[in-house]
Write a new protein. Sequence first.
Length: 156
Amino acid sequence: MSKKLLTLCLIRKDDQILLGMKKRGFGEGRWNGFGGKVLDTETIKEAMHRELHEEVGLEVQDATKIGILEFVFEHNTDLLEVHIFSALSFTGEPQETEEMKPQWFSINNIPFDTMWADDKYWFPLYLAGKKFTGKFLFDTNGDTILKQELNEVETL
């Protein structure tokens, strides 16, 4: 099994969270945070900054790692290790790109029905300011969780 490193950054402003509608590629048609693959030439944090700028045109200074989740899809030999960051301030204005269409949501009205199925499990930990690790096994299409493990942790 090969491991791929990825990032995900969630931006929160007061009681709102910025999500992006994925317009193409992996995860198309789902609301998500902003992120993607870590290149061989960059650190995980550098990749988070690059992806955030590429996908929505924002810069963050205060990003804190809040989680590490592993994803496996049935009948796929890749393990996706996603490093999740949270940011409370940013510079720039969210901009739609070829890949993502950003929109602010109230934390009381997060569109879980059009997000990845695992989000409803770890988002409450994120919103409560907790750190976490977890593993999710999805069916081939990524619609159904076949097995899961989620733990709150003190440090990452």
